[in-house]
Ligand binder design. Structure first.
Ligand SMILES: [Zn+2]
Length: 279
């Protein structure tokens, strides 16, 4: 305040000072403008989006440097950064979520089961697997399912590492999944093993991906047998609406059979099928 008053006093008193004052103002405006025009992730639409995100949650330090997105899709809207479990359709609905693929052997079989039951699911994909199987990613989208970012390396300890590392895990996979899909929207981010952190949730949300949790872990990953997978799901059905299965990470033959039976049972119980709510 004092400095401003001094400057004003000078402006009134001396004409030379007016010129100096104007020059200072021009330099300040130029500096502010250049700072605003330097987006962290490339693309002309970034500054407005960044501004909104900063007010909602602190931006992770160093997030701009490690994961420069090579071909970002049009900036999606910023979404809330809290972990979502609820379906976007009101009523008695569940969200089927399928993690750790895509896998050339198991994903097509899972897709077949979903098609037979007319059920849409959410596929949480690992970046390099999406990159290696672009036709499968496109098939998932063509069948009406939604994509979810499940990071580059599926590091369940990523919440103990730097925000720069978390950022590269999330944005790296987002890039791979978007490119493999031909630019389809990635609606969700699910941390491997639920290893979310406030900065990683904020980063995902800034890129239009709602952090996605689960309520029922069918434990299909451990291959306990088809009936055990079913039993776990039925047993935990009142935990909440988001159910976790896997189409990657090993032999998923049990999952294919269990999912088929699970979808039949859920319909018999009067459940419908939805996607997790995004915003
Ligand atoms: Zn996983």
């Amino acid at each position: 305040m004092a400095a401003r008053r001094t400057l004003l006093a000078r402006l009134r008193s001396a004409p030379q000072a007016v010129a100096i004052g104007l020059a200072v103002v021009v330099v300040v405006i130029a500096a502010v403008a250049s700072a605003l025009l330097r987006p962290g992730s490339g693309g002309a639409a970034a500054p407005a989006d960044d501004g909104k995100a900063i007010s909602a949650a602190p931006r992770p330090t160093g997030s701009a440097s490690p994961a420069v997105r090579t071909n970002p899709s049009p900036t999606p809207p910023t979404v809330p950064d809290s972990i979502q479990h609820q379906p976007e359709t009101a009523g008695k609905n569940v969200n089927i979520t399928i993690d750790d693929g895509p896998d050339p052997k198991w994903t097509p079989r899972i897709l077949q089961v979903l098609r037979r039951h007319h059920v849409h699911a959410t596929f949480c994909m690992i970046g390099p697997q999406a990159r290696a199987n672009p036709a499968l990613v496109k098939q998932v989208v063509a069948d009406g399912h939604r994509l979810c970012d499940h990071t580059v390396h599926h590091d369940t300890g990523m919440d103990k590492k730097t925000t720069a590392y978390q950022s590269s895990e999330i944005l790296g996979a987002l890039d791979m999944i978007e490119q493999a899909s031909g630019g389809a929207r990635v609606y969700y981010y699910r941390a491997p093993g639920g290893a979310f952190t406030p900065p990683s949730r904020a980063l995902a949300a800034q890129h239009g991906m709602r952090p996605l949790g689960w309520n029922i872990d069918t434990k299909d990953f451990d291959r306990p047998g088809v009936s055990a997978i079913l039993h776990t799901m039925k047993d935990e059905i009142h935990n909440g609406p988001t159910i976790l299965f896997h189409d990657g990470g090993g032999n998923r033959g049990q999952t294919v059979q269990a999912l088929d039976k699970a979808l039949t049972w859920l319909r018999q119980q009067g459940y419908g099928f939805s996607f997790p709510k995004v915003d």
